[in-house]
Every structure is written in structure tokens, then in C-alpha cells.
Design a binder for this molecule. Sequence first.
Ligand SMILES: Nc1ncnc2c1ncn2[C@@H]1O[C@H](COP(=O)(O)OP(=O)(O)OP(=O)(O)O)[C@@H](O)[C@H]1O
Length: 631
Amino acid sequence: MPLGIDRTHFYAEKVKKQEKDIRTKEERIAQLETENAMLYLKLAQLHGTVQSVRQENSSLSDHVESEQTFRKDVSDKASVLQRELETIRSDLQSVQSIAVDIPEQFERYTSQANKVMQRHRQVFQSQSSNMTSLQSQVTSMELALQEITERHAKEKKRRQELHNILMELRGNIRVHCRIRPLMEFDCGNEDQGSLGKSGTRSEVVVHFVDDENVCCRTAKHNKVFEFERVFGPTETQNGVFDEVQPMLTSLLDGYNICIMAYGQTGSGKTHTMLGSHKNEDYNPSRDPHRDEGVIPRAARELFRLISEKQSGTHKVEVSVLEIYNNDIRDLLSNDPSIKHDINTSADGSVSVPTLASKQVDTVYDVMCLVQHGLRTRRESATMVHEHSSRSHLVVTLTVISQAPSFFSKSSSGSSQDLDSPRSPNSPRSSTKNIKEYFNYLPSNLKVMQRDLRGRSLSASSAPNLGSLSNTWSGSDQSAASGAPGMGAVIRTKLQLVDLAGSECVGMSGVKGAALREASNINKSLSALADVLGALAEHRSHVPYRNTRLTHLLQDSIGGDAKLLVLLCVSPAHRYITESLQCLGFGTRARQVQRGPTKRRLPSSAEKVETSSVRPRSASTNVGPSFIPKPT
Ligand SMILES: Nc1ncnc2c1ncn2[C@@H]1O[C@H](COP(=O)(O)OP(=O)(O)OP(=O)(O)O)[C@@H](O)[C@H]1O
């Protein structure tokens, strides 16, 4: 402390100064604190900045990293592309080298193709010209073939006609064969001696070859049989009848006709002759039925033919009989158990005088009588089928026709029969008579022409039409008949026979009375075969009288009737023995030559009575009640 200065003052001054210092320092401190705060603030700001920079950095480094990856990828791809580029470049180089050859090759190929095309064009041209000539050849060959086919058909028809004429002139028996379809009962059964396996369908061994041939083929047999007509399993009843129909015209021309169905049991005889067993198809019916057989169809055709004739000149009588156990039983009689005898007249014609016959006017009447007879006919179930006929059924339609008087002895005085060879010098009838003749019997024309053709073949003489008017003038009938404008009476018969079936007794399984039936059936059928054998071999003795069947059919088989045998065969292996036997029977029948079939001559004994029912015999047996009244 300086001397002379008051101490207090000094100190006061010092304190003041220190306080000032302190204040200054405090201010400084405050200032510094403010600055410090500012700095803290700044630092915080800087921290934030650093943080964001850091984040930016990290995202930038991510970026960089992905950039690097991308770059790497790009460089990889670039290197791959580079390599591909190089390959392409090398390919391009090779393509370029090939491309240089292409136009050359193209030209070469084009010229080659042109050459080939030219060659082909030439070949095509030559072929098309060949084709045109071939086509014209084919056309002409087709025409020729058509012509040949037509000629063949005509020739076949002509051959058939000539064959028929020849058969007729020789008096041959016509034989048709029908193969039925395979049926349920054709199933084999070893117990019954079947050739097939038990319970299996029998094998088809009988084959339809064509219209004229049938063939039996098995391991043991291979045989073809020829007949006038062969019908296959699909043939209709109508088709079968179509071949029968022409014979019926002959019936009104004065010929006797016999149509018989032959075959083993179950082969379709009744089906063919009457119709199907199903639905009672052979019930009387006024209208034609699809399944009806030869008998109703023949009756229908007969009445149709009669309807074309002058009314009142024809009448028809029906008789129905069966031959059962070698006895004749009248199925129209009130007592069918009565046995009947057969009469043979001097001219060889056969009849059963005690048989009832009934006049009929329609097919319905005929079928009513036939059905009446069928109810009495012996039929029973055998092991072959349930409706086996145990008797031979014979339905006879007798046509009694009265010719107009111009057929009786004509003014020319000739009484020549058509069946005797005509002399070219025989007297000619008037043109009027010929005209009348053809007006009366237009259907005769065909038969006449056929006869004349046949005659001109055999007698090689020119046909004399003038003598035709005397066809039916066998005797002086005009006066005998008494009917003005009406002449002599002619009786012709149409015999329709449904034979009982030949059968192997073992297979049909019959015993006792049925065995007797079967053996009688077989006996009569073998007698029939014997008769045919004797006729075919022209033996002096023909054993007609061995059975009632052969005796009854004597004048049809050995006489002058037109005879048609309808063979019925099963196609099944099971019945091969019976089928071969049946076809053999047919072949034998065809070999029979009986001489020309003859026309019936008018008989002076009767005249046609069209108004009343006049049974020819045994009239008491048949009453009008047989024909049911129309419903
Ligand atoms: N062509 C055919 N079409 C269809 N069915 C047929 C034919 N032929 C025969 N049948 C049938 O075969 C079975 C036997 O025929 P059918 O009775 O006619 O023989 P069958 O020869 O008369 O026999 P049987 O001699 O024993 O009386 C019947 O059921 C019949 O309907």
C-alpha cells in the first residue's frame, strides 16, 4: 500500500475494482456460457448433419454396392453376349460361306426339279391318254358286261323255262328246297346224341349257295345238291309261294296238282304249308297275312283265278284228311276215328269215296275247314319241338269246272287232246272259236305257248293253233250237260300235303304209343322213298300199296299230276344226317321221269251245280256249321 493513502479507501477501491473485475468476469462467463450454449447448439446441429451425412453415406455405399453388383452383372452378361456374338459372328461367317453356294444350289435343284417335272408331265400325259383309252375300254367293257348280264339273265330265264318245259314233258317231279333259319331248339344236347356241345348253339352246316344249289358242309361231308329252286333262311313265305303260284294256273287248265312238304321233324313243313304256329297265324283270315303258308295262299290264288272266269262255271270242294298210324282219318267228319279205304279206278286215279268234302266259296271257308281239321290232327310235343305233327295232313281242293260249249265237240269235229302230238294237217277250227277260247281262258295262253314250244321241241312240227279250240273236247258233252252254252265238266284236284316229320327216334325222345306213331311215320316215308326209287329205276312193280300214304298219293306221284316236292331242311349240324337224307330224297324225286303230265278230260257224268252245297261223298258227315259265320 502506497504511503499516505488511506487504507480503507485503498481497500474500498480495491474491492470496487475486484467487484468490477468480478462483474466483468461474470459478464464474460455469461457471454462464454451463451457462446458455449451456442456452440452446443451448433455441435448438436453438426451432430445431426453428421448423422444425416452418415445415413447418406450408408445409402450411398448401398447404392455403390448395388451399382457394383449391377456392373458386375452387366459385365457378366456383356461377356456372355460377347461370346454369343462371337458364335453368331462365326455362324454368320459360315452362313455367309454357305449363302454363297445357295443360289448355285437353288439353280441346280430348280433345274433338276424342272427336269423331273417335265418327265412327270410326259408320263402324266401318256398316262392320261392311256387312262382315256382305258376309260373308254372300261365303259365299253361295262356296257358289254351289262349286255352279258342281261343276256345271262334272259338265258337263265330261258334255260329255266326250257328246263321247266323239259321237266314237264318228261313228267319230272319239281323239287324245291327251303332252308329254315336256325331256331332256339337247334341247341345241341349231348344227352340227346347231339353233335354240338351241351347247351350251345348248333353250328350251321346247310348253306344256301344260290337259287338252285344247296350245300352241306361238315368235316365229313361236302356235298352240293341241285334243285329247281332253293330258298335260303331269310326267304319269305311270299317268296316261296311265288314259285308255286304258276302251278295253280295249270289247275284250271285241267291238270292235277300235288304240292307236298317233306323233311325231318321241326324242319319247317307246317310253317311252309300253313304258316307260323305263333299267334295262331293259320287262323282263318279273309285278308292275306304275311306269315300265311302255301295252303291259304294257294286257296286265295285259286279263288282269284276263278273270279277271272265266267261266273258259275267253277266250284271248289274241300276235303281234309290225315294219315295216322297208317290209317286214313277224315278230319271233317263228325267221327274222325272211322277208318277209310282207298279206291283205285281203272284209269289209275285214286280216291277215298267215303271222305267228306265240302263246297267252299272263299279262302275263309277253306281255312275254317282246314282249321277244324287241324284241331283234330295228331300233334304232340317231342324233344325236338312242341308242335310236332304226328300224322300226314292232306288238304284236297277239288275244282269242278264246266267249260263253255264251244269247248265241246266243235264244228270241226276233231276231238284231239293237247297231250297227243298234233298233226300239222289236222283240221283248223274257225278263227272265232280260237278267239272265244282265249277270251274265256286268257291264262291258258301261256300254258299253250309253253306246251307248243315243248311240242315243237319234241315233235319238231309246227304248232297248229287251229286245233287248240278242241282242247277240252274229249267227248260230246254239250248234249250231256244240258246247260245251254255250257259244256262238259272237268274235275281237277289240288292236293296239299304236310307230311309228318321223318325223325331219329333217339333224338325225338319218344316212347310207347308215340314210338309207334314215329315208327309208322318213318315207315310211310321210307315207303315213299321206295316208290320214288322204283319209279326212277323204271321198275315193273312200284310198291304204292305198301302204305296208305303212298297208295293215296299214287296218282300224284306216279300218275299225271304236276308234282312239287318242297324239301324243308334245318341248317343245324345237329340234324345233318336227316338233312342229307332229305336232300337225297329230293334228288331221287327229281330223277323220276313219268312222261308228260296230262290234262283232265271232261266227264259226261256231271255238271256243275253252283247254287247248293253238294258234298261229293259222305255228305251226311259234313254240315254247313263247319264254316263259322263271319264276325
Ligand atoms: N322259315 C321259317 N322261318 C321262321 N320260323 C320257322 C321257319 N320254318 C320253321 N320255323 C319254325 O320252326 C318250328 C318248327 O317248324 P314246323 O312246325 O313247321 O316244323 P315241321 O317240319 O312241321 O315239324 P313236324 O314234322 O314235327 O310237325 C316252328 O316254331 C316254326 O314256326
